[in-house]
Write a protein that binds this ligand. Structure first.
Ligand code: ATP
Ligand code: MN
Length: 460
């Protein structure tokens, strides 16, 4: 007997087939006429398969009537056309219960997302977390498909790194030194005894290494876990998240913006096309505009706005912000949200930021005050992508490094990329979880990654 997933058993094509399905019980209802309805879900889709369990089954009284939400089962039988609102149902010939589920916590009422975070081992068995997992999986496929179809090379950049480039303060340290022993002996840390002979960390970005490959192979992307020890408890920050970072030789900032826009639209389109049932669920239960919002964005053009114009808009808009704005300050999320939600109500690409608030590797504009940075902001989430055209001129790069008190020696290999066959190039980083938040309408980033890592939380 062929084992098939519920997603296939629910299609009209399956009618007449003898099949075996395996999954978990969502509900059991007993009819007065002496049979039971079971709703079975196996994670292959949002919808359940309805199973008719007749009293003639050998274990009907002894087992079937004891089945509760959460039990695991194998059911063999024949797929029939359904008279109800679904296309098919399964008439069971044999039901095997693998595991009972007494006192299953998800049995009764609907739980809050906060509560479900305490049950990271059980929450994938809910409709919402099943849907999120499938949408996340689809997004990962789309990421690879999008770049692979466009001739990008997938490069694995290191997770452990000794270059403490950007987020010095936000980095997790990696060490094999016995810290307890050092502390007990009141000793100073000597990194020459550490595993890598130097301080090392978990990566905050694969960009610098991606640049090495882009300046040899053209168009590349990295996609992997990224770590930031940000001590902020926000609904948009994780200590461990997944970042997609394309890096392209011979790309300028406008090429970079075009790519970012096409890329996001592809992710949204694929989610709508390939996860319809899940997206309908989000529209019904999480955010009523989940589907229409994405459709609208796919058909629209992102607003492109220089930082300087954004500041002028914010200064004259008449809103009172908690943090004042003026040229030269970094935008706070309240400002970003005003622009993308209130002012334009669509994605906004902000670009050409002041050089003083952006990292050394961003290309300096002719005005010498701004750099070729870009952030993509979306309603509800805020910044989803950060990127730039990179500084390819060695003298200016070194000037910028000195300006920011960086140790030029430590970046010798990065500087050599500019010394030998330098090219204009650009890239960006998309936070996968922020993209999933935007697609699903989920308000907290902890609910769109299977095992969220945040300050004080690493149990599962
Ligand atoms: P923010 O200002 O929102 O903290 P950032 O400017 O520090 O973000 P970048 O360094 O530009 O972020 O990283 C690129 C992208 O990675 C961001 O646009 C965002 O989508 C994602 N990202 C950054 N930090 C985090 C985090 N702690 N958790 C989840 N995603 C993140
Ligand atoms: Mn950023």
């Amino acid at each position: 007997m062929e084992k098939i997933p519920v997603v296939k058993a629910r299609l009209a094509d399956a009618i007449g087939q003898s099949v075996c399905i395996q999954g978990w019980i969502r509900t059991r209802r007993d009819s007065k006429a002496g049979f039971s309805f079971l709703e079975v879900n196996d994670g292959s889709c949002m919808g359940n398969l309805q199973v008719i369990a007749d009293a003639a089954l050998a274990n009907y009284e002894s087992e079937v009537k004891r089945i509760t939400t959460g039990c695991s089962v194998t059911i063999e039988g024949q797929i029939k056309a359904s008279e109800g609102n679904q296309a098919t149902e399964l008439l069971a010939a044999r039901i095997l219960v693998h595991g009972w589920a007494e006192d299953f916590p998800l049995q009764k009422k609907r739980h809050t997302f906060e509560k479900l975070r305490e049950w990271a081992h059980l929450r994938p068995r809910t409709n919402a977390f099943g849907a999120i997992a499938r949408v996340r999986n689809q997004a990962c496929r789309s990421i690879h498909n999008f770049f692979q179809e466009d001739g990008f090379l997938y490069v694995h950049t290191p997770i452990i790194t000794a270059s403490d480039c950007e987020g010095a303060g936000e980095m997790f340290r990696v060490t094999t030194l016995d810290l307890d022993k050092l502390a007990a002996q009141n000793k100073q840390v000597d990194y020459s005894f550490d595993f890598f002979d130097r301080p090392s960390y978990l990566t905050v970005s694969g960009q610098l290494e991606a640049e090495i490959y882009a300046t040899a192979l053209g168009k590349v992307y990295t996609f992997g876990p990224t770590f930031r020890a940000e001590n902020s408890n926000t609904s948009r920050h994780l200590a461990e998240f997944w970042m997609v970072e394309p890096e392209m030789a011979f790309f300028e900032l406008t090429d970079n913006m075009d790519l970012a826009e096409q890329f996001l639209k592809r992710l949204f389109r694929d989610a709508l096309d390939n996860c319809q049932e899940d997206m309908d669920f989000f529209a019904q239960r999480i955010e009523k505009d989940a589907v229409t919002r994405l459709e609208k964005i796919i058909d629209s053009e992102f607003v492109r706005l220089p930082y300087t114009e954004a500041i002028a808009i914010l200064e004259s808009c008449g809103e009172t912000f908690e943090y004042p704005v003026s040229w030269g300050t970094d935008l706070q999320s309240e400002h970003e949200r005003y622009l993308t939600e209130t002012k334009f109500n669509c994605p906004v690409i902000l670009y050409d930021y002041p050089r003083s608030i952006k990292p050394f590797y961003m290309r300096v504009n002719d005005d010498e005050r701004t750099v070729r940075a870009m952030d993509v902001l979306v309603p509800g989430v805020g910044e989803i992508i950060g990127g730039s055209q990179r500084e390819e001129r060695l003298d200016i790069l070194e000037l910028r490094m000195k300006e920011q008190n960086l140790d030029l020696e430590a970046y010798w290999w990065y500087r050599e990329l500019r010394k030998f066959g330098t090219v204009p190039h650009a890239g960006f980083g998309l936070g996968l979880e922020r993209a999933i938040q935007f697609i699903t309408g989920m308000t907290n980033i902890r609910d769109v990654i299977p095992f969220p890592r945040t300050p004080g939380n690493a149990e599962f």
